[in-house]
Design a protein around this ligand. Structure first.
Ligand SMILES: [Zn+2]
Length: 258
């Protein structure tokens, strides 16, 4: 027997997710253990947890080296996000590499006008969910290295390093393609450090949903915490992976401007 829709809903409610909430979900299906009905059941149970007045958002990121088709390009960030974007109620944003999908009363306005060069910065769909809707961040079986909201904090903190630009392609409804320039968000492999800091400060709630370790954090609290930390320590989110060009660039910028 796998996990049921009701058990999952109970798990999300136990974590503090409530009717009417807005929440950005980062997830790993396999972390939950066996789920009856798989990813579809997880999507149903999340919708049950926030109700008809709640708003769910998930990243539906896509590859730089493939043309982006809003209707058909699969999400590269997990089975739950792919099941979610295919729902008839879901609206997906037009960003060719960092699209998000949302379901709920505010979904359309949250994902509209996704700026090509502001994929996950101030005013982007993820920031709008947090800032305008008081949205939370749910990490379901994943750690902060997948937490896209931290890219918003990087931009709000006015760090000496900047997003680089990259080219990618959009495919229109009529089959034509267009090459565009997008910002390339910074490396997130160093974001895990936020987990232990948040835990130490008592920010967010942790628990289990099925077999998955899960955390629910208030988005505004998380952003202000990380912005404050970055003001003190601008290299906080840079990773230690030896061949990481982007974090090496970040360190150089910090060294030359600090
Ligand atoms: Zn890195």
């Amino acid at each position: 027997m796998g996990l049921t829709r009701d058990e999952l809903r109970g798990g999300f409610r136990g974590l503090g997710l409530d009717s009417g909430d807005g929440v950005l979900v980062h997830s790993s299906l396999s972390s939950l253990g066996r789920v009856d009905g798989g990813a579809e059941t997880v999507v149903d149970s999340l919708r049950d947890a926030v109700g008809d007045d709640g708003t769910l958002m998930m990243p539906t990121f896509t590859r730089y080296d493939r043309p982006y088709d809003l209707d058909t390009s699969p999400s590269t960030v997990g089975a739950i996000t792919e099941a979610f974007r295919k729902r008839s109620a879901a609206v997906r944003s037009s960003h060719p590499t960092k699209s998000v999908a949302a379901i709920g009363p505010n979904a359309r306005t949250l994902v509209d006008n996704h700026d090509l060069r502001n994929s996950i910065g101030p005013g982007s769909p993820i920031h709008r969910l947090i800032d305008e809707r008081g949205g939370a961040v749910l990490l379901l079986g994943v750690d902060h290295t997948t937490n896209s909201a931290l890219h918003v904090a990087e931009r709000l903190a006015d760090l000496p390093y900047r997003d680089q630009l990259a080219e990618t392609t959009i495919r229109r409804g009529d089959g034509s393609t267009e090459t565009v320039e997008v910002n390339r968000v910074h490396c997130s492999r160093g974001f895990g450090v936020v987990g232990s800091i948040a835990r130490r400060l008592g920010v967010g709630r942790e628990g289990r949903v099925g077999d998955a370790a899960a955390r629910l954090l208030d988005g505004r609290t998380l952003l202000s915490l990380v912005v404050e930390l970055l003001d003190e320590q601008p290299g906080l989110l840079l990773c230690d992976v030896p061949d990481c060009d982007r974090c090496a660039y970040g360190r150089r910028r910090i060294a030359t401007t600090g």
